[in-house]
Ligand binder design. Structure first.
Ligand code: HEC
Length: 116
């Protein structure tokens, strides 16, 4: 084996290794959360990007902390139905939270020439 081939293989294994540790430390997925958000019908009241204004509150941007989500979604007894762990797993709820947090803020209207 030539030296440059060894270097490439060493580099690739390092990449694979860091990929594994990354997957272990950040165990939420915004992409999966988006799917869970749609599958569990959150969008029906909160809108596809959590904008609110339909029947539910605004959930994004400025998403509240995960602890708040866990407490609220499991135990609410107001107009929103509570979701038990049987219906919505902790993993799905964390992913939904990651999805909502990944939604960017819209631009400030003051920066849009057309509106000024
Ligand atoms: C049937 C309509 C409906 C569905 C479906 C629904 N929600 Fe809600 N949600 C509401 C309403 C209405 C409120 C405001 C309720 C209140 O203040 O008691 C709310 C409030 C919330 C809040 C608290 C927001 C805040 O700022 O206090 C969170 C978090 C939330 N919903 C998450 C979810 C998630 C996650 C899902 C899907 C698993 C979901 N909701 C599905 C209607 C809904």
């Amino acid at each position: 084996m030539k030296l440059h081939q060894i270097k490439i293989i060493a580099g690739l294994s390092l990449l694979a290794f860091s990929g594994i540790t990354l997957a272990q430390t950040s165990n939420t997925s915004a992409e999966k959360g988006k799917q869970a958000y749609v599958k569990n019908g959150c969008w029906q009241c909160h809108g596809f990007v959590g904008q609110g204004g339909i029947a539910g509150a605004k959930l994004a941007p400025d998403t509240k902390p995960i602890e708040y989500f866990q407490a609220f979604v499991r135990h609410t007894n107001g107009p929103m139905p509570p979701y038990s762990e049987k219906i919505l797993s902790n993993q799905d709820l964390s992913d939904i939270h990651a999805y909502l947090k990944s939604i960017p803020k819209g631009p400030d209207y003051k920066t849009l020439p057309l509106l000024n």
